[in-house]
Design a protein around this ligand. Structure first.
Ligand SMILES: *Cc1c(COP(=O)(O)O)cnc(C)c1O
Length: 366
C-alpha cells in the first residue's frame, strides 16, 4: 500500500518548493568535469573564518560527547556586552534563519498575514506558506522596500512583518529616518523583524542600528548572523535581540540544543576578533569597487549595494549567462525566484575571484 503523503500535510505545505541554495563548488566540478571552480553565490566571506574562531572550534573537539550549553551562557554574555543589551533579550539560533522561523511559529497562525516586500529574502515566503498564513507582498520601489506601501498594507490580521536592511538580493538599504518613521506607524499587534544579516558591512552614516530602538518598540525583533561577516556560515549560528517578553516566548518554542558547541565557541571568539571583521569589511569595499568598475567597463547595469553582494542586470533573461559562467567554473546566483529574471547576484570575493568573474563575463558577452 502506498500513502498519499500530500493529503496528510498541514495546509500550505503541499504548495511549498524547496529553497534553492547556491550551487556547491564540488557539485559543479563533478557535473561539468572541471577543476578550480569558484563560488560567489551564497554571500559567504571570501577570507573564511578568522583564526581565533578556528582555534576555538579545535578546542571543542575533546569535549564533543557533551551536549552544548542549551542556554548559550557565554555567547549570550559576550553578545550582551558588545551590543549593550541584557542577556534576557537574546535568542540564539541555528543560523539567524532559525530565529526567523521561531518568530513565525511563535506568533503566526493560518488566519494571519505576514507582510514583506517584493524582491525580499526568499525564506520569508517559505515560512509563511509552511504555516498556511497569507503572504502580503508589497511592490518594491527602486528595487528596495516601499515602507509607505508596507505600512498601508497592514490590516487587523497582519501579525508579522519582515524588513530586510540591507535587503538581499538587491543590496538596497533603509535610512534611520525612514525606518524609524515606519516603526512608529506599525500597530502593536504586528511583530516587526528587522533582518540585519549584513549589518557589519554597511558603512553609510545614515544606516540605522535597529537595536537602539528596542526600548521604544517592544514589538521589534532584530536578527543578525555569524554566517556572513564572521565567515561561519557552515556552523549555523545567528541571534535575535528583542524585548525580554518576546524572547521568553521564542525560547519556549526553540529546541533545547539548537546551537552546537563548536558554533557557540567559535561565535564567541569571532565576536572578539575585531581585526578579522575589519579586514573583511575592507576586502568587501575594495571588491565592490572592483566589480562596479568592471561592470561599467562591460556596459552592464547593476543595483548599487551596501552588502557583500551585487545584482547585475543583463538585457535578456539571465539563465544562459548563468550557465555559460558555470562552464567557465564561476558560480553566481540566479535570482528568478526573487522576480528578478534579468539579474544575477554575485557575492564580492577576493580580488582574484572578482577578476575571474569579470574575465568570464567579458568572454561570454563578446
Ligand atoms: C544570509 C541571510 C540570512 C541568514 O542566514 P543564516 O545563515 O541563517 O544566519 C538572513 N537574512 C538574510 C537576508 C540573509 O541574506
Amino acid at each position: 500500500m502506498s500513502i498519499d503523503f500530500l493529503s496528510l500535510t498541514a495546509p500550505g505545505v503541499a504548495g511549498l518548493h524547496p529553497y534553492q541554495p547556491g550551487k556547491p563548488v564540488e557539485e559543479l566540478e563533478r557535473e561539468y568535469g572541471i577543476k578550480n571552480a569558484i563560488k560567489l553565490a551564497s554571500n559567504e566571506n571570501p577570507l573564511g573564518a578568522g583564526e581565533a574562531a578556528k582555534a576555538a572550534m579545535r578546542t571543542c573537539i575533546d569535549d564533543i560527547e557533551l551536549y552544548p550549553d542549551g542556554n548559550g551562557f557565554k555567547l549570550k554574555h559576550a553578545l550582551a556586552k558588545k551590543l549593550g543589551v541584557n542577556t534576557d533579550m537574546i535568542t540564539l539560533g541555528n543560523g539567524s534563519s532559525e530565529i526567523l522561523e521561531l518568530v513565525a511559529r511563535t506568533f503566526v497562525t493560518p488566519e494571519n498575514q505576514v507582510l514583506f516586500s517584493e524582491h525580499a529574502f526568499a525564506v520569508y515566503p517559505i515560512l509563511t506558506q509552511a504555516i498556511g498564513a497569507e503572504a502580503l507582498v508589497t511592490p518594491a520601489k527602486n528595487w528596495g522596500h516601499d515602507l509607505d506601501a508596507m505600512a498601508a498594507a497592514i490590516t487587523d490580521r497582519t501579525r508579522l512583518c519582515f524588513v530586510t536592511n540591507p535587503n538581499n538580493p538587491t543590496g538596497t538599504w533603509l535610512t534611520k529616518t525612514d525606518l524609524h518613521a515606519f516603526l512608529k506607524q506599525v500597530p502593536q499587534h504586528v511583530i516587526v523583524v528587522v533582518d540585519e544579516a549584513y549589518f557589519e558591512y554597511v558603512q553609510e552614516p545614515d544606516y540605522p542600528n535597529a537595536i537602539e530602538w528596542l526600548d521604544e518598540f517592544p514589538n521589534l525583533l532584530v536578527t543578525r548572523t555569524f554566517a556572513k561577516i564572521h565567515g561561519l556560515a557552515g556552523l549555523r549560528i545567528g541571534y535575535g535581540i528583542c524585548h525580554p517578553g518576546m524572547a521568553d516566548l521564542l525560547n519556549r518554542v526553540r529546541q533545547p540544543f539548537n546551537c552546537n558547541s563548536m558554533a557557540l565557541a567559535a561565535a564567541e571568539a569571532a565576536l572578539a576578533d575585531e581585526s578579522h571583521v575589519q579586514k573583511s569589511v575592507e576586502t568587501n569595499q575594495k571588491g565592490m569597487q572592483q566589480l562596479m568598475v568592471g561592470f561599467d567597463q562591460l556596459g552592464l547595469k547593476y543595483i548599487p549595494s551596501v552588502g557583500n553582494f551585487i545584482s547585475v542586470a543583463f538585457d535578456k533573461p539571465a539563465g544562459e549567462i548563468y550557465e555559460a559562467l558555470l562552464k567557465q567554473g564561476v558560480i553566481i546566483r540566479p535570482v528568478g525566484v526573487y522576480d528578478m529574471p534579468y539579474h544575477l547576484r554575485a557575492t564580492i570575493g577576493t580580488q582574484a575571484q572578482n577578476q575571474r568573474l569579470l574575465d568570464a563575463l567579458e568572454t561570454i558577452l563578446q
